[in-house]
Design a protein around this ligand. Structure first.
Ligand code: SF4
Length: 316
């Protein structure tokens, strides 16, 4: 049965937070911990995932702020002044935020959580499945034991190893399954991040992502993204040399209308699309700002009578 998280035809994160924190305005404060990725620094490859330029999804302010404390203080100030935010989730977002020894991670997370502790309700850590181990899981669980909501966000991207190879991911789908097994009975909130629209994947192939997500009951959140091409990425160079097909907003809405009903009804969707800095975006240009895209997709899903979980098939 679908969980009642607000009026959209899918469980959306804003309503989940509102319900959980009794109407308080909760904001994520993005922090750049200065990490890299194993497919950037040479341990598994160079150049990173072929669609990625971390600057495309890192707020400019956290790129320029030298210390963790300053980034958080400024981020909180902006969220309070601009959006009347009341509670905060510290979000280590750019690059691989568990790609360091556990004692180093502890020092960094501790420092972040020491800023404004009375109003920080959560820690969110974006990472890759191959940079998670039992020691790091135990470290993150220690923050959950203190009463914080700890969201471990792992990039799944595609369920196909051929795609993961082609995008220089440096990580297989089996490594994701191994990481998910490590957090099987964990108090951590697990979020999977996907990318739809690699030009060699068909719609049928992409719809199969749902079954892979659904079969792991520990997955609480998902972030659904369409492929977009940005400056500073390997795909950016490839696309400029030889452009390939990307989702139009209408096609993406059609795809989501088929995908969301397949998704387990208890999963909360943190995002249904991705967005980049406009100056870095090469394609597709949907000619709408973030709120406009959200409204367009929500209306399109609503008008098609979409309901999350309607076509969910439980498999063991
Ligand atoms: S997508 Fe994630 S793992 Fe891949 S290069 Fe970018 S930050 Fe690193």
């Amino acid at each position: 049965m679908r969980v009642d998280y607000g009026h959209k035809c899918y469980n959306y994160y804003g309503a989940y937070l509102k319900k959980k924190y009794e109407g308080k305005r909760v904001f994520k404060i993005v922090v750049d911990g200065g990490f890299t990725c194993p497919n950037r620094d040479g341990s598994k490859g160079y150049g990173g995932c072929s669609y990625c330029n971390v600057d495309a999804f890192t707020p400019e302010t956290s790129r320029k702020m030298p210390t963790i404390r300053e980034q958080i203080e400024k981020g909180i100030e902006r969220a309070v002044n601009g959006y009347a935010a009341e509670k905060f989730i510290i979000y280590f977002q750019p690059n691989t935020n568990t790609y360091a020894p556990a004692h180093y991670l502890k020092a960094m997370y501790d420092e972040a959580l020491s800023v404004c502790p009375e109003d920080v309700i959560g820690l969110s850590v974006g990472t890759r499945p191959d940079c998670i181990d039992a020691e790091k899981v135990a470290l993150l669980e220690s923050y959950a034991a203190r009463g914080l909501d700890v969201d471990l966000e792992m990039g799944m991207e595609s369920i196909y190893n051929e795609t993961l190879l082609r995008i220089n991911r440096g990580c297989t789908h089996e490594e994701l399954e191994k990481a998910l097994n490590l957090v099987k009975d964990s108090p951590l909130d697990i979020c999977l991040h996907t990318v739809f629209g690699f030009p060699w994947e068909t719609k049928e192939m992409m719809l199969r992502y749902a079954g892979e997500i659904n079969k792991h009951p520990q997955v609480k959140f998902v972030k659904l993204h369409q492929l977009y091409i940005v400056e500073g990425s390997i795909m950016g160079v490839q696309y400029k040399r030889s452009p390939f097909k990307l989702f139009s907003i209408e096609e993406y809405a059609d795809f989501l209308a088929d995908f969301i009903p397949l998704l387990r009804p208890d999963i909360v969707i943190q995002r249904i699309f991705g967005i980049s800095d406009y100056e870095l975006l090469i394609a597709p240009d949907w000619k709408l700002k973030k709120a406009g895209i959200q409204t367009y997709l929500d209306k399109a899903l609503e008008s098609r009578g979409v309901s999350q979980g309607l076509n969910y098939v439980h498999s063991v």
